[in-house]
Write a protein that binds this ligand. Structure first.
Ligand code: PMT
Length: 369
């Protein structure tokens, strides 16, 4: 082949590169991508010049829209507690923090007064001359949190970037981790967001709200359909061998067909930030498979640490799975569990590890946790 007609670039690349190329070419760039990238670039340059370590913390759940003009979406569980609290600890340890979070999920510092726990107005009362004053019993803690928050802001140590959909998240994750590449090992990627595993690819996504009735069909279409349905007989229409819900006609159900979201952790480790320090989280609900899945993830992606947690016990215990090391369980002692939600990434310092190598049984947790 002559030099004038180079081969298409993708022929030389491996499967992960091709998947990445296809995903980022076929899915729409988020409107805020350029703005977020510019903010992250300035932030990283500022702190790299000051010799400060930078961490990208991802937090909250990604959504999967079912319609382009989105009325309905599938959500991933995460309040943002882990990410927001971890970000506070990183700031305390001298890191500059890029906080890539689900819009309206918990944020560092303000999480202490979020709607998820108490209404912030309950912490306040009216003072003299129309002023607003913090209630006596909360004042000490509030002042501490306020000072930490204003100091982080003043020193420009915290950059918050919101996402909503899995697509927003992936585009910004790629852009920011690539910007962190020159930081080498002093760039830390701490991936606590709950990332969707399945999505509706763009070619299958409808523009408008999915309809639950056929009231918008023209009368002629509707009448013809009704007549055909009557002729067929409802039993015949409703059932086939693969039908999981034969009592409801297929035409009245919403059947969602999702594709897998590519596992971009591989691309992140190998290409976006290959020298960065990479910590991922593994969330499971079945205690019997947590450690196995965490170890599998570590072996598959070859990064530095997987922190495993179970949905039901995530506030009290996590397991650290690292290459060449024994699994290490870290637990909040029983007597501290009732007072404050706490783990790696919550407000009480983590104490541990405990000697016990097995996860807690969710049945053994205190009521209401
Ligand atoms: O916010 P809280 O309410 O405090 O809850 C915190 C938490 C439970 C959400 C958090 O501690 C946690 O476990 N986050 C990770 C959840 C998750 O996405 O787990 P996973 O097993 O689905 O994914 C494991 C890893 O694969 C993640 O690092 C993810 O970035 C990566 N992944 C996932 C999906 C995907 N399509 N591509 C990926 O690369």
């Amino acid at each position: 082949m002559s030099s004038a007609s180079p081969r298409p670039r993708l022929e030389h690349q491996n499967t992960a590169d091709i998947i990445e190329h296809n995903y980022f070419n076929e899915n729409q760039r988020p409107a805020a991508l350029e703005k977020h990238t510019a903010l992250a670039r300035d932030f990283i340059n500022l702190h790299a010049a000051a010799g400060r370590r930078v961490v990208l913390v991802t937090s909250g759940g990604t959504t999967v829209p079912l319609e382009r003009q989105t009325v309905r979406f599938i959500d991933n569980f995460s309040a943002g507690t882990r990410g927001a609290t971890s970000a506070e600890y990183f700031l305390e340890k001298g890191y500059a923090v890029i906080f890539l979070h689900r819009q309206f999920s918990l944020l560092p510092y303000s999480r202490h007064y979020s709607h998820a726990t108490d209404c912030f107005l309950d912490f306040l009362h009216e003072g003299p001359n129309g002023s607003v004053v913090a209630n006596e019993e909360y004042r000490e803690k509030m002042l501490k949190v306020l000072r930490q928050y204003t100091s982080a802001k003043r020193e420009r140590l915290l950059l918050t970037l919101p996402f909503t959909t899995i697509n927003d998240y992936l585009f910004v994750l790629r852009a920011v981790s690539q910007l962190m590449r020159p930081l080498g090992p002093s760039g830390l990627l701490y991936l606590a967001a709950a990332v969707s595993d399945f999505f509706v690819p763009p070619e299958r996504m409808v523009e408008h709200k999915i309809q639950s009735t056929n009231a918008v069909d023209t009368p002629t279409e509707r009448d013809a359909e009704a007549a055909a349905e009557n002729e067929k007989g409802s039993e015949e229409e409703a059932f086939d061998n693969f039908d999981s819900s034969p009592s409801v006609p297929r035409s009245k159900r919403l059947i969602i067909d999702l594709d897998p979201v590519p596992k971009f952790l591989k691309n992140l480790v190998d290409g976006w930030a290959p020298e960065g320090m990479i910590v991922s989280f593994k969330l499971e609900t079945d205690p019997a498979i947590l450690v196995h899945k965490a170890r599998y993830s570590l072996e598959r992606y070859q990064h530095h640490l997987v922190i495993g947690n179970l949905l039901s016990t995530r506030k009290w215990e996590v397991v650290f799975v690292a290459p060449g090391q024994k699994d290490r369980w870290i637990r909040v002692p029983q007597h501290r569990r009732k007072k404050t939600a706490s783990t790696v990434g919550t407000s009480v310092p983590v104490v541990g590890p405990s000697e016990d190598e097995k996860p807690l049984d969710p049945k053994d947790l205190p009521e209401g946790e």
